[in-house]
Design a protein around this ligand. Structure first.
Ligand code: ZN
Length: 244
């Protein structure tokens, strides 16, 4: 069973009637609902207003893959929580960053870059092109799929060169964007996926759900180490090193 924790700052849904109509129980609940239908996935959710953002050491230690949605309150996430997530990824926890989570503390810490980009409020459509059809995250998808309305992101995107560009986004307004990218950081796998603006029903779209489900399975590392594992293993006899 893959244990997934969905983090959402859960603010737009409380502040905006329009967003609340789309996601009455929050974006995290919508994501948890479709993941929860999968037999190999169990889901819990966490929000900013919970103690330690709902991401205590105990929760992180019990999480195989974290999904992160944040937008207007990245700075409200304590550094300590972000660092906990980064270390867990180094130890093998998978991480999926959605939409504006490119600016979240853990994503910036893991990529070590500003993660700035061009954007504009719009209701452009986005065509998601599958660049790597054999990548596990693209499983079950055609050459491309369209999202009827999105917020537009554009290059240049201030990130390190990704390990893989699985999806390239093209917008009806003309921009292009590396919409689905992967990194590995030590033992952890990371996927960033651009769609997911709060005022459009993007997380109900079948292809989006397929991508996120695929990404959970791809990011899952069954031999993940405990975060309690020592960072430096001192051994005078290399033959005695046993991989846990
Ligand atoms: Zn947005």
């Amino acid at each position: 069973m893959i244990k997934v924790t969905v983090y959402n700052e859960f603010l737009h849904e409380k502040k905006s009637e329009k967003v609340r109509q789309i996601y009455p129980d929050g974006i995290h609940a919508a994501i948890a609902a479709f993941l929860g239908e999968e037999e190999d996935i169990s889901v819990r959710t966490a929000t900013l207003d919970m103690e330690e953002c709902g991401l205590t050491q105990e929760v992180i230690d019990d999480t195989d893959v974290i999904i992160w949605w944040g937008h207007i309150a990245h700075e409200k996430v304590p550094d300590e929580v972000a660092e906990r997530v980064r270390k867990a990824v180094w130890n093998g926890m998978g991480a999926i960053f959605l939409h504006s989570a490119h600016f979240s503390k853990p994503f910036r810490a893991l990529t070590g870059s500003p993660c700035n980009l061009c954007w504009r409020e719009s209701a452009d459509s986005e065509r998601i092109w599958v660049i790597e059809p054999n990548h596990p995250i693209a499983k079950g998808l055609d050459r491309f799929f369209d999202i009827p309305a999105v917020e537009t992101y554009g290059e240049p995107f201030g990130i390190p060169t990704p390990d893989r560009i699985v999806f390239m986004g093209w917008y009806s307004g003309g921009e292009v964007f590396r919409s689905g990218i992967t990194y590995e950081r030590y033992n952890g796998r990371i996927f960033y996926f651009q769609p997911g603006h709060e005022s459009f029903p993007i997380f109900y779209q079948k292809e989006i759900q397929t991508v996120i489900k695929n990404a959970v399975r791809w990011a899952y590392n069954p031999s993940r180490r405990s975060t309690a594992a020592p960072w430096v293993i001192k051994t005078d006899d290399p033959s005695k090193y046993v991989k846990k």
